[in-house]
Design a protein around this ligand. Structure first.
Ligand SMILES: C[S@@+](CC[C@H](N)C(=O)[O-])C[C@H]1O[C@@H](n2cnc3c(N)ncnc32)[C@H](O)[C@@H]1O
Length: 309
C-alpha cells in the first residue's frame, strides 16, 4: 500500500480528530471563508441533483448540508472517528436517515458503478492526500459522476507563500485566547517561529517543481510509529483544469477561497467576522473575488474546481 494511504489512515483515525475538525469554523477565519465559498458554490448547483457522493466527507460539513437540502448523500471517509462525529451531527440535524456512511479510501472506489451519483464532491484536499494516485482518483470520481463534479485540492500557488511565512495561520485566528490546542500552539510558538525562521529558496523551488509537501521525513516518522501530516500533492490551476478536461469534464470554473482575505491583517479580519452584517457582506465579496480566474491560484490552501460531465 502507498505510504500516503497508510499515513492518512493513522493520522485521520486518531480518536480526537472528529472533535477537533468539527470546531475549525469556530476558531479559524480562513476555514470560515473556505467553507462559506464551497457552501455558496454547492447551493447554486442543486437543480436536478438528487444523489451525491462526498469523498473524504469528514465530520459532515457538506454531506449534512446537502441532506438538509433533500439530497441522498453517500458520506465516504477513511476515518471512523470522523464518521462517528458526522453521525452525531446528522442525528442532531434530523438527517441521519438521508445519509449512507461508508468507511473507505478514495484510492479504491471499485464498489461504485459508473455514473451512480448525480453529483460528486470532495472538499478540503482529500484528493491531495492520495499521492501518487491523485490523477487516478480524480478519474474515478468522474467515472461515478453523472452530472456535476465539485472538488477542492491543495493549491501549489497557495502553499508557496507559506514557505516564507511560518506564522501565516496567526493572521486567521478568530480568538487568540480560546483553548483550541492548535490556536494555543500558534500563539505560543509565534515568537520562536519568527526567531528561528530563515528563507530557503531551495525548499520553495522544490515545491514549485514537484508540488509535494512532505516525503521521506514523513515516511521515516511513520515507520518509527509516529503520526506525521499527510504527504500532500499541491496542484497548479491549469494542471487541475487539464486533468478534469481529460476525464471529460466541461464548463470548468475555478476558484481560490481566501485570496481576498490574504491581503487583510488579523485585527481587521476579526472585526469583520465579529459583526454579523459585515461578515455576511465580506463573505459575499470574498466569494466573488476568489472566483476570479486571475486570483484563483492565490487562495489560501485550496483550489476549487467545478464542472459538468
Ligand atoms: C480536511 S478534512 C475535510 C473534510 C470535509 N470534506 C470538509 O470539507 O469539511 C479531510 C478528510 O479527508 C479524509 N481522507 C483523507 N485521506 C483520505 C483517503 N485516502 N480516502 C478517503 N478519505 C480520506 C480524512 O479522514 C478527513 O475526514
Amino acid at each position: 500500500m502507498d505510504y500516503s494511504r497508510k499515513i492518512s489512515e493513522r493520522l485521520w483515525n486518531q480518536p480526537d480528530k472528529g472533535e477537533l475538525e468539527s470546531r475549525r469554523e469556530e476558531t479559524f477565519i480562513d476555514d470560515i471563508i473556505q467553507k462559506s465559498h464551497i457552501e455558496k458554490e454547492l447551493l447554486s448547483h442543486l437543480d436536478g441533483i438528487r444523489t451525491v457522493f462526498d469523498g473524504g466527507a469528514g465530520c459532515g460539513r457538506f454531506s449534512i448540508l446537502l441532506a438538509k437540502h433533500g439530497c441522498e448523500v453517500t458520506h465516504f471517509d477513511i476515518s471512523q472517528p470522523m464518521i462517528e462525529k458526522a453521525k452525531e451531527r446528522a442525528e442532531k440535524e434530523g438527517v441521519l436517515d438521508k445519509i449512507t456512511f461508508v468507511r473507505g479510501a478514495l484510492e479504491d472506489l471499485s464498489d461504485f458503478a459508473d455514473q451512480s451519483f448525480d453529483m460528486v464532491i470532495s472538499f478540503d484536499a482529500p484528493i491531495s492526500y492520495t499521492h501518487p494516485n491523485q490523477e487516478k482518483v480524480i478519474g474515478e470520481l468522474t467515472r461515478i459522476c453523472r452530472k456535476r463534479i465539485i472538488i477542492s485540492v491543495s493549491s501549489r500557488l497557495g502553499y508557496l507563500p507559506y514557505l516564507a511565512n511560518p506564522i501565516q495561520k496567526n493572521q486567521f485566528l478568530l480568538d487568540e485566547n480560546c483553548d483550541d490546542p492548535f490556536v494555543r500552539w500558534c500563539v505560543e510558538n509565534k515568537a520562536n517561529a519568527v526567531e528561528s525562521f530563515s528563507f530557503h529558496k531551495d525548499a520553495v523551488m522544490k515545491l514549485w517543481e514537484d508540488g509535494l509537501m512532505g516525503g521521506s521525513e514523513e515516511i521515516a516518522e511513520y515507520e518509527n510509529g509516529g503520526t506525521p501530516w499527510c504527504i500532500t500533492y499541491t496542484f497548479m490551476p491549469g494542471e487541475l483544469e487539464n486533468i478534469l478536461r481529460r476525464f471529460g469534464v466541461k464548463e470548468i470554473t475555478m476558484a481560490g477561497p481566501g485570496a481576498y482575505a490574504r491581503t487583510i491583517p488579523n485585527e481587521l479580519l476579526v472585526k469583520i467576522m465579529n459583526d454579523p452584517n459585515q461578515r455576511a457582506d465580506f463573505l459575499e465579496v470574498c466569494y466573488r473575488y476568489d472566483a476570479n480566474p486571475y486570483v484563483c491560484g492565490m487562495g489560501k490552501d485550496n483550489l476549487l474546481a467545478s464542472g459538468v460531465l
